[in-house]
Design a protein around this ligand. Structure first.
Ligand code: ADP
Length: 373
């Protein structure tokens, strides 16, 4: 069988006429770079927001055409309404000044939880803030967009796969656990298959999870971002209609440098920083009760003050948090009276107040750091 290549897919797409009748969808610059992995083909089509209905029909046609190519087991084609069609196939990267995506109907606030690097506790913070928001009486959802290591199914203790949705325009139902709706990029791709994710592919996957999952009415959706500040993260920050971002950092200097890059990235695309959480801030010994500042604690608070973003709190390192996480027993749900839960509730309250206070008021100033990457 002929190997699946981007050229092969594009030659099939070139047979499909562009909506304005001039040339085909490839020559019209509507097709993003194409990602292919083990028979799964992913790309997006740029759509004029004024013609979303007809573009949806075109999307379905394109998806069928791709599925019909021998060797294709799955086709994931999404519409991106944020980008005006570019002049051609090359040089089609989105400009930094583009408008943010359309709001997602039924979801009041999208909040990114991000970190400059992996392993700082971003996912642990995401699930516990989500559960703490729920404990405040809010309707909460979690979207696991961490393409490099989707961990929400494990943290929530979800072992099943989502059901297909029969609602118009929807594909999947969200999973529900602890009263929170959850979907994960891990449900779209095989978790064990390493993939190289480029911005447009991450966006295609996120768009599916955001718009084609049958979410209920939601006050806050927490998006567990992929760690880092590369092209994939920037595309997400830029093209998702975020109400704000929470940055997670450990107290180590290196992590703070990375956290600064994360903050700079969101500021560059005018997403308000709701605050920094310092995770694994200190360790209270179970035996002697002494507080050990393993990583030299307090760095995130000082840094937050220096760069003028709210400091949301210091979450101590606790082996129980880790072992419970691994068992799918998040502390906020399983230890409601613990000090950790009180901390996460405090963080959740501050985040909610910031969201409601700031809703609709995006700062327009662009702040540049001298050490901005
Ligand atoms: P990330 O999403 O940043 O990669 P995770 O949330 O997966 O990080 O956390 C990395 C590891 O650290 C996990 O094993 C998790 O259980 C553990 N961990 C996170 N926060 C804490 C904490 N406050 N105390 C103890 N272990 C933690």
């Amino acid at each position: 069988m002929t190997a699946l290549t981007e050229d092969l897919i594009l030659s099939a797409l070139k047979r499909i006429a562009a909506p304005d009748g001039r040339g085909n969808i490839v020559s019209a610059g509507l097709v993003s770079p194409v990602a292919i992995k083990d028979g799964t083909v992913m790309f997006s089509l740029a759509a004029d927001p004024a013609h979303l209905k007809s573009m949806e029909q075109l999307r379905a046609v394109v998806e069928q055409a791709v599925k019909a190519i021998p060797g294709v087991s799955k086709a994931m084609v999404t519409l991106t309404a944020e980008r005006a069609p570019s002049a051609g196939r090359n040089g089609s990267e989105a400009p930094a000044s583009q408008t943010l995506g359309n709001a997602v109907p039924g979801i009041k606030h999208l909040v990114a939880v991000a970190s400059g690097k992996g392993g700082v506790g971003k996912s642990t913070t995401s699930i516990n803030i989500a559960l703490a928001l729920k404990s405040l009486g809010l309707r909460v959802a979690v979207l696991d967009a961490d393409v490099y290591g989707p961990s929400m199914p494990r943290l929530f203790g979800i072992k099943d796969r989502p059901e297909a949705s029969s609602a118009p325009g929807k594909r999947l139902k969200p999973m529900k656990r602890f009263g929170v709706e959850v979907s994960s990029v891990g449900f779209l791709v095989d978790e064990d298959t390493p993939m190289i994710w480029r911005g447009p592919m991450v966006m295609a996957a996120l768009t599916q999870l955001l718009r084609e999952v049958e979410w209920s009415e939601t006050d806050v959706m927490i998006i567990d971002m992929p760690p880092g500040t590369g092209d994939a993260q920037l595309t997400l920050a830029q093209q998702t209609p975020l109400s704000g971002a929470v940055i997670v950092s450990t107290p180590q200097d290196l992590a703070l440098i990375d956290a600064r890059k994360g903050i700079a990235m969101f500021r560059r695309v005018n997403v308000p920083i709701l605050g920094i959480v310092e995770n694994m801030s200190y360790f209270i010994c179970n035996h002697c009760g002494t507080r050990h500042e393993i990583f030299g604690h307090g760095g995130a608070r000082a840094e937050a003050q220096r760069i003028g973003v709210p400091f949301l709190g210091e979450v101590p390192l606790d082996p129980d948090v880790r072992s419970r996480s691994d068992r799918g027993e998040p502390v906020v749900e399983f230890l409601p009276d613990s000090a950790h839960t009180a901390l996460y509730r405090g963080i959740a309250r501050t985040v909610w107040e910031a969201l409601e206070g700031k809703a609709g008021a995006r700062p327009q100033t662009r702040v540049v750091f001298e050490d901005e990457a």
